[in-house]
Design a protein. Structure first.
Length: 116
């Protein structure tokens, strides 16, 4: 079963966008977008088309069999974790291989010394 709201949220966070960003791009109210993402409201195809356009996605992408889950395995990530990883991916794309290895070593060191 396709869960449109979860799919929309996943793609929105993957692209580093807020509900306010989608509101500006579509004219849909942020409170409506929240209701859609939380599964309280099912959008019409016309509304879904607006959201897809705001996310730079084809409308059919929302109906692909678990596409987003395979891309980022978002079912296991919180919104904050997904937002953080999206930012890391965005910034690390400009790094050379040596700098990526250095960044990874730093993250490992932070994780090893983090207080839990």
């Amino acid at each position: 079963m396709v869960k449109i709201g979860m799919t929309i949220r996943g793609y929105r966070l993957q692209k580093g966008l807020s509900q306010g960003d989608i509101e500006k791009r579509t004219g849909l109210l942020r409170c409506y977008l929240s209701r859609v993402e939380n599964g309280h409201t099912v959008p019409s195809l016309d509304t879904l088309s607006k959201i897809a356009s705001a996310l730079d996605l084809p409308l059919a992408q929302f109906f692909a069999e678990d596409t987003l889950g395979r891309e980022l395995n978002t079912q296991k990530l919180s919104d904050d974790e997904l937002r953080f990883l999206t930012q890391i991916r965005r910034y690390s794309s400009n790094l050379n291989d040596s700098d990526r290895k250095l960044l990874l070593a730093m993250v490992k060191k932070f994780a090893a010394t983090a207080v839990k």
